[in-house]
Design a protein around this ligand. Structure first.
Ligand SMILES: NC(=O)c1ccc[n+]([C@@H]2O[C@H](COP(=O)([O-])OP(=O)(O)OC[C@H]3O[C@@H](n4cnc5c(N)ncnc54)[C@H](O)[C@@H]3O)[C@@H](O)[C@H]2O)c1
Ligand SMILES: O=C(O)C(=O)C[C@]1(C(=O)O)C=C[C@@H](O)C=C1
Length: 368
């Protein structure tokens, strides 16, 4: 496809979508805008965008596709601003926000002007923010939720899917209300729990200095997402308050049940509690295996290609670096996401990181 694509908000998601679009449609021109000038500079330097726009009116005027990818409360304001601008009549506007009901409501003025708005949410991401974390494989095999309203022409939805083909995501159309209910359960609520576990641990560590050093495998796995952008999550919670309050009430009941299990001390019931959770978790399409206690972990973001694990371990063998364990965190259905390699010492971990960065262009981190 040819045309001008204007990305507003050049962060992890806006940047990754820009890369996907350019890869699939090399003849398109990607124009970027962000209120943070440093993100714009980086986006241009990293080749994520072709051109920069000074402001939203400039970038929008000749755009064929506009992608709004700011935190949801900012996106709400941006959509309102877009509705006051002269736009191409056949432009498609979409967003990437993690919530949909309030966003779609705030696109009403665009709709009234006959402009197509299709709410969107690629259901993949990371705890990292900013354009430097953007990558074109981020959405591979992930669900990409779309929430077009009834009046939106099906051809326009297909056109948007065409633009987004390079994400290699699986498109699913649902209502904004259902979107917020479902993502509340599987995404927003788990983020609250992860943050609450970290906050409780922080308070308890004030009187016990060993706690941070012991917080390894399990703690890291369950709290990784607590490292996500507080600004983004503040907005998500404000946009999905009702669903989240209902979930918190249910969770409190669940915890009361657990407390009762402990007070009663019935071995069989406690076993059953964990057994049932394991059955459901193991049956999910995301098959994360084995919690390996590892103090010196290296997280490597890997693409979904055959032989990738042996490729990475091959480089380490070449440099005589021993590993104590290796596992794959499958972050999305059908896709390898992150390779977690464990080492005996921090020195080995650092050497391994250097080695992988020398031989490949995969990003690495210590998972924190
Ligand atoms: N991070 C994830 O895992 C994830 C996944 C799917 C969807 N989302 C959603 O996608 C959107 C973007 O998230 P992200 O992870 O890319 O965040 P990010 O923090 O990496 O990037 C957001 C960017 O928006 C910019 N911005 C804020 N207000 C702006 C404004 N008024 N005009 C122009 N730019 C503005 C910020 O400066 C920042 O560079 C959010 O709505 C988020 O809910 C996030
Ligand atoms: O992998 C992560 O770090 C994420 O939190 C990604 C995640 C999620 O909850 O699954 C977070 C918010 C987005 O709206 C979509 C995806």
């Amino acid at each position: 496809m040819k045309g001008r694509v204007f990305v507003i908000g050049l962060g992890l998601i806006g940047g990754s979508l820009a890369l996907c679009i350019k890869k699939e449609h090399p003849e398109s021109t990607i124009i970027g805008f962000d209120i943070n000038r440093e993100q714009v500079r980086l986006a241009k330097m990293l080749g994520v965008i072709d051109e920069t726009a000074e402001n939203i009116p400039d970038g929008s005027q000749n755009a064929d596709l506009i992608i709004v990818s700011a935190p949801v409360n900012d996106s709400k304001t941006i959509l309102k601003a877009l509705s006051t601008l002269p736009l191409k009549p056949d432009v498609i506007i979409t967003d990437t926000g993690s919530t949909k009901k309030i966003i779609v409501e705030n696109a009403a003025d665009l709709r009234d002007k006959g402009i197509t708005f299709i709410g969107g949410h690629p259901m993949a991401g990371s705890h990292k923010s900013g354009v430097s974390a953007a990558k074109d494989i981020l959405f591979e095999n992930a669900f990409y939720l779309l929430t077009p309203e009834e009046m939106v022409d099906i051809d326009k939805v297909d056109e948007l899917k065409g633009w987004l083909k390079g994400t290699k995501a699986k498109f699913l159309t649902i209502t904004p209300e259902n979107h917020d209910y479902l993502t509340g359960i599987v995404s927003h609520f788990p983020h609250i729990i992860a943050a609450s576990i970290v906050r409780q641990t922080e308070k308890l560590s004030e009187s016990e200095s060993l706690i941070p050093r012991l917080a390894a495998g399990g703690f890291r796995d369950i709290t990784r997402i607590a490292s996500s952008s507080p600004n983004m999550w503040k907005d998500i919670l404000l946009h999905n308050r009702e669903n989240l309050i209902a979930l918190l009430n249910q969770w409190q009941e669940e915890m009361e049940g657990v407390k009762e299990l402990l007070q009663t001390g019935n071995e069989r019931d406690i076993y059953q509690y964990f057994y049932q959770a394991k059955q459901y978790r193991d049956g999910l399409p995301i098959k994360e295996k084995g919690a390996i206690p590892a103090f010196y972990d290296l997280y490597v973001d890997i693409p979904d290609v055959p032989g990738i694990v042996s490729e990475v371990t091959g480089y380490l063998a070449k440099e005589n670096i021993s590993i104590t364990n290796i596992r794959i965190l499958e972050t999305r259905e059908d896709i390898i996401g992150v390779l977690v390699i464990s080492f005996q010492t921090e020195g080995d971990r650092q050497r391994a990181e250097k080695c992988i960065l020398t031989y490949t262009n995969y990003s690495t981190s210590n998972g924190s």
